[in-house]
Ligand binder design. Structure first.
Ligand SMILES: [Mg+2]
Length: 237
């Protein structure tokens, strides 16, 4: 029988506890369908359809994140913030790319920032300008300009041939930027990474961050996925 999200988490938790590590928080999901039109996304509002229900799910997760003392929420790009993997290329318009943004992740980033969290997109995607333009198409200017973005290639993120550390270097750059610009110090445990790649999740946990895997194989990623994240985050120590 297939394990539920909670069972997966609890099983992984005991393994990590034995290792003296923070558990990985996992949830299932696959590429989202039925995206909100770009026009509505540009308005920067939570969608009207099932609006209040979805809004509550976003709010509950952000409340749980805040209750854990997290200051920085970092999201991966391919298959996490958007529902496809671009493999570092994009030959269509930025408008077209907006149609692949997951509404739940779009709203999560915005609400998290409005509640006082620092938010960032951390990615191996080399086209930084593309993601920056996408952010500006999705959000009002006052939100967009405060979304941190670290787009480093695998090569740039490596410090040595045997020192592959997932998104740790990306996150460190964001932390340095926040310290420089805002004068705020963020420690390892005050950072939550959402990423579909388990290697990146594991690297973040090993380094001392918190991390949840967005599993894209089994189910659609939507606002209910955020509910699963919220429950798992509240279970975590
Ligand atoms: Mg990814």
């Amino acid at each position: 029988m297939q394990e539920s999200c909670g069972e997966k988490f609890l099983n992984s938790r005991s393994v990590f506890e034995r290792r003296g590590q923070t558990p990985s928080l996992q949830c299932t999901g696959r590429t989202a369908r039925g995206f909100a039109p770009a026009k509505r996304m540009m308005a920067g509002c939570l969608p009207h359809r099932h609006g209040s229900e979805n809004k509550q799910k976003v709010e509950r997760l952000v409340d749980a994140i805040l209750s854990k003392g997290i200051k920085l929420l970092a999201l991966d790009f391919d298959l996490t913030f958007i529902g496809i993997h671009t493999h570092g290329e994009w030959h269509s318009s930025v408008e077209e790319l907006t149609t692949h943004v997951r509404p739940c992740m779009r709203d999560l980033l915005q609400h998290a920032q409005q509640k006082g969290l620092f938010v960032a997109i951390v990615t191996f995607h080399p086209l930084r300008w593309l993601i920056r333009e996408l952010i500006h198409k999705l959000y009002p200017k006052k939100i967009a300009k405060h979304i941190y973005l670290q787009a480093m290639s695998h090569t740039q993120a490596r410090r040595g041939s045997d020192d592959y550390v997932g998104k740790v270097n990306h996150i460190q750059k964001v932390v340095e930027e926040i310290a420089r610009e805002e004068g705020v110090t963020i420690n390892k445990r005050e950072i939550l990474l959402l990423d579909d790649d388990m290697a990146n999740v594991q690297a973040a946990i090993n380094f001392g961050h918190r991390s949840m895997q967005v599993q894209v194989q089994d189910k659609e990623i939507n606002y209910s996925t955020l509910d699963s994240f919220e429950r798992m985050l509240r279970i975590a120590g």
